[in-house]
Ligand binder design. Structure first.
Ligand code: UD1
Length: 322
């Protein structure tokens, strides 16, 4: 039997490359497109060497619809994993139009291309940002309130509804996966190169001999710092495989997290321990605008719908970075 062939948009990105790795390990064939705006071609080079495969990679913007349509025809694509996106929350406030164009319009176009070309499977990368800044300390449920507070979260939330319409068409399959805070790596070559999230920021500061900074120590949490659900990128990849292989219809959207919260203080302590820098000074700064005290996933739906539970502990995720 010929293996299923998946088009992986954003496959040179931190998350996309991990999905490619997981899919190849499980006998699926992947074709990668990436604009290399944030993605790194070196990740593809690493995956090719690791698997001894000439993984097709085409440098292509997600808005280059003609090119994408020809690729889907040329490679006879069975399914699409759509991770390509703009993902910086702060930047989305300054460039909302670009965020809606890349995250919403391009997702819509990609779905239209899929429909025209008989592609029946579509798995979309969404985000916990669709929940906005809840003021409760309850884990977020998929059918609970959605109130994105940034064009980033809003563009992803609106794109989810396009995916839902696609998967509600008989014969089609897929879902939107709402990632919580993604950490860890399968290999040094696949590390997160972003400069926006807590762990990469703390590591960057330590490397430069600077003090890590906590944004807010007066939250109503056990240690006063914000609590998040940190999920390993390898678990994110496993969740995509579970969604791709599910034989029963999936819910329109599912949280992908661990169901366990960790505070900023705990994360910084784990990083300091892993780097033998426990004596490092940590700066207590004021709260950052828009940060909820608590944002964790209710993970029951992904478990019941596709048997997915996270596997990696936070300690393993942090250790994987060194
Ligand atoms: C952010 C985005 C979210 C996105 C997610 C994954 C915001 C408001 N939210 O989530 O939409 O889905 O990234 O890309 O930007 N922190 C510090 N010191 C630092 C850096 C961060 O204390 O130097 C704190 C933050 O205040 C926050 C926690 O660490 O409480 C996690 O921050 P971050 O990694 O930026 O993720 P989120 O803000 O949770």
């Amino acid at each position: 039997m010929t293996p299923e062939r998946w088009l992986l948009t954003g496959g040179a990105g931190y998350i996309g490359a991990h999905i490619a790795d997981e899919f190849i390990c499980n006998d699926k064939s992947v074709v990668i497109i990436d604009s290399l705006y944030q993605g790194l071609e070196s990740r593809i080079t690493f995956l090719r060497a690791k698997h001894g495969l000439e993984i097709p990679f085409i440098k292509c913007d997600i808005r280059d619809y003609n090119e994408i349509e020809s690729l889907i025809r040329e490679y006879k694509i069975d399914g699409i994993i759509h991770t390509a996106a703009l993902k910086a929350v702060g930047e989305s406030m300054e460039k909302p139009d670009e965020y809606f164009q890349v995250n919403l319009e391009a997702t819509n176009e990609l779905i239209e291309i899929a429909k025209r070309n008989g592609v029946k499977k579509f798995i979309f990368s969404s985000t916990a940002a669709v929940y906005g800044s809840p003021d409760t300390m309850d884990p977020c449920k998929e059918d609970g309130p959605k109130a994105p507070i940034s064009p980033y979260g809003d563009s992803k939330y609106q794109a989810e509804s396009k995916v839902t319409a696609f998967i509600n068409t008989p014969g089609n399959h897929g879902t939107s996966l709402r990632f919580f805070n993604v950490v860890g790596t399968a290999a040094p070559e696949l590390l997160d190169n972003s400069v926006e999230n807590l762990v990469p920021i703390v590591l960057g500061k330590l490397n430069k001999g600077q003090a890590p900074e906590i944004f807010g120590t007066d939250y109503p949490t056990a240690d006063g710092t914000c609590v998040r659900d940190y999920v390993d990128v390898r678990d994110i990849a496993r969740a995509h495989l579970a969604a791709a292989d599910a034989t029963t219809p999936l819910p329109p959207a599912m949280n992908i997290g661990t169901g366990r919260g960790a505070s900023v203080r705990e994360i910084i302590d784990l990083v300091l321990q892993a780097t033998n820098k426990t004596q490092t000074e940590v700066i207590k700064s004021p709260r950052r605008a828009g940060d909820p005290a608590f944002l964790c996933a209710d993970v029951a739906l992904a478990k019941s719908a596709m048997g997915f539970t996270s596997k990696y502990s936070l300690e393993e995720s942090i250790r994987s970075l060194f």
